[in-house]
Write a protein that binds this ligand. Structure first.
Ligand SMILES: Cc1cc2nc3c(=O)[nH]c(=O)nc-3n(C[C@H](O)[C@H](O)[C@H](O)COP(=O)(O)OP(=O)(O)OC[C@H]3O[C@@H](n4cnc5c(N)ncnc54)[C@H](O)[C@@H]3O)c2cc1C
Length: 443
């Protein structure tokens, strides 16, 4: 009994043919042998029932790699039916034989090929017609926590997915508070900053092969004669069967006198979407309510020269530990039950006029900038013209699967939910991915 490898096996091991992955593959087959630890993945591109392209990725021994390489060579150019007839023995024969022990252990390539062909045929049976390059099963608008989670899990379950962000990946929190430590994310034992969480979400999305497009979606239309939705960006047109709106929310205007004047031309009015580096060493007044205002002030600790945190409510209504964290910021002063009456200045913000609600006393504070955290408005603009239903607060109405009133359109995260938490946004993205899979694949 010979344990020697043939010259052909050695050649295909040293110079494997067709290694890699196919962009927009039509089908994928994966097999593994837990005893030997060999893992194989074969991808196909099929045209007119013929295997036009085939690629493999194999983790394993010399014969696992050689058989993978050989099976791709045999199958390329064959019809699917012909390729289904390729057996393990055929592969071994083409390689001038394999050591007997390897015949059963590592000769899995024909199985991986059959799995890929079966995957293709199943998709055809379920009516998943071949998608063109710009066609997707799922398109996600918004690459914050909600959108990136939806895109990652959607790709993970095998749906061809694209995600767009017109600003900064990671959304609002990553933009304004990149160094904030996330402490309320169960299971994240090594606490991450917002920047690190964003990187990790992006790594996951890339690993699952979701397509990431750093562009703003300018328009969306529902096609009347098909189930596709058309999305337009500056550089192209994309189509998708399922649309996920994860566009977050934008700061609301407060209507406080002076706001309009200084909100333009770098006049000193800022919102949550600002770049905090513009507030370095400035005397900043943060005005708003609840968690958002408190957290905004927290994110400016160590950046602004001084911070005056003002709310017209009696307290911020946040957990004590959040208060403690902000209270210890050097140069921070907190005023509750105080209304911001007016923002004054010549060309730029110079002064804030405040009124103490308890005694009616007025005061003026010298400031260089005012950050307004007085509320958020869901970014529903794109969907409004399509007639998606929103509730009285402006959030997109959804059911328990995050489906909106429009067929095949979902909404997740801050555009659909007043529960303003990363973990909720990501959970909603995950729900959508699984629901879309069920609907598209009939699972
Ligand atoms: C100061 C502050 C601190 C916070 N701290 C915490 C915390 O510690 N823990 C926690 O759990 N939560 C925290 N949150 C809440 C958290 O930020 C939100 O829950 C989360 O950002 C919601 O994610 P999202 O994906 O729905 O929206 P967003 O993060 O707003 O992302 C939406 C994305 O959509 C993009 N977009 C919008 N329209 C389009 C379009 N037409 N085309 C392309 N892209 C588009 C935007 O560019 C944006 O990147 C905090 C919030 C604030 C304001």
């Amino acid at each position: 009994m010979s344990f020697e490898y043939s010259e052909k096996v050695k050649d295909h091991f040293r110079n494997p043919r067709n290694v890699g992955t196919i962009k927009d593959a039509d089908a994928t087959g994966r097999v593994g042998n837990p005893v030997c630890g060999d893992m194989m993945e074969i991808q196909l591109k099929v045209e007119d029932n013929v295997i036009k392209d085939i690629k493999f990725k194999t983790f394993g021994c010399a014969s696992a790699i050689a058989t993978s390489s050989m099976v791709t060579e045999i199958a390329k150019g064959k019809t699917l039916e012909e390729a289904l007839e390729i057996t393990r023995q055929d592969v071994a024969d083409e390689l001038d034989g394999l050591p007997p022990i390897k015949m059963h252990c590592s000769n899995l390539a024909a199985d991986a090929l059959h799995a890929a062909i079966n995957d293709y045929m199943e998709k055809q049976e379920k009516g998943i017609a071949k998608l063109e390059e710009n066609e997707y099963e799922v398109a996600v608008i918004g690459g914050g926590a909600a959108g990136l989670a939806a895109a990652t899990i959607s790709s993970y379950v095998g749906l061809k997915t694209v995600v767009f962000d017109g600003g900064q990946w990671g959304g609002m929190l990553n933009k304004f508070c990149p160094d904030k430590l996330i402490e309320n994310y169960p299971g994240l034992t090594d606490k991450m900053t917002t920047r690190e969480l964003t990187q990790s979400l992006l790594d996951d999305a890339r690993e699952q092969e979701a397509k990431l497009v750093n562009e703003h979606v300018n328009d969306v239309e529902m096609e009347i004669d098909s189930d596709f939705k058309t999305l337009t960006t500056d550089s192209g047109i994309y189509k998708a069967r399922m649309l996920v709106l994860a566009s977050g929310s934008s700061p609301a205007r407060s209507g406080i006198p002076g706001e309009e004047k200084f909100a333009v031309d770098d006049g000193g009015i800022f919102y949550l979407t600002a770049d905090p580096s513009r507030l370095i060493d400035k005397r900043v007044l943060v005005y708003g309510r609840g968690y958002n205002a408190l957290s905004t002030a927290g994110c400016l600790g160590g950046i602004a020269g001084s911070i005056t945190l003002v709310t017209d409510e009696a307290s911020f209504m946040v957990p004590e530990r959040e208060m403690d964290r902000v209270k210890c910021i050097e140069g921070l002063k907190m005023l509750t039950s105080t209304t911001l009456l007016e923002i004054q200045g010549a060309a730029k913000v110079e002064k804030a006029v405040l009124e103490d609600q308890t005694g009616g006393e007025r005061m003026e504070i010298i400031v260089d900038a005012v950050v307004l955290a007085t509320g958020m408005v869901p970014n529903v603009g794109l969907m409004e013209k399509l007639g998606v239903e929103v509730d009285e607060s402006g959030f997109v109405k959804t059911d328990k699967y995050q489906r909106t009133s429009l067929d095949g359109v979902y909404a997740i995260g801050n555009v659909a939910s007043e529960i303003d938490l990363l973990v909720v946004a990501e959970a909603q993205g995950t729900i959508v991915a699984h629901d879309a899979y069920r609907r598209l694949r009939g699972g």
